[in-house]
Design a protein around this ligand. Structure first.
Ligand SMILES: [Zn+2]
Length: 77
């Protein structure tokens, strides 16, 4: 009897999981093709300042000799 309840609960859980994943796919498909493709457009890649270690967007960083800096003051040694 108890085993039967567990079996039903398991089946319900699997059904809910499948339903959720199916709904999630159908919602995501029209807006974005895949998370990997959407990421570079929305969020820039983060880099570390070579002097203070601060995180900043790759596009906002000041680049010199292959290293990223957060501001002009940290660019100088
Ligand atoms: Zn810095």
């Amino acid at each position: 009897m108890f085993g039967r309840i567990l079996l039903i609960m398991g089946l319900v859980a699997i059904a809910l999981f499948m339903l959720r994943s199916a709904l999630g796919k159908s919602k995501k498909t029209p807006t974005a093709k895949s998370p990997e493709q959407a990421r570079p457009k929305t969020a820039a890649r983060l880099v570390h300042c070579a002097t203070c270690g601060a995180h900043l967007a790759e596009s906002d960083a000041i680049w010199k000799t292959g290293r990223a800096y957060c501001c002009a003051a940290h660019l100088k040694p």
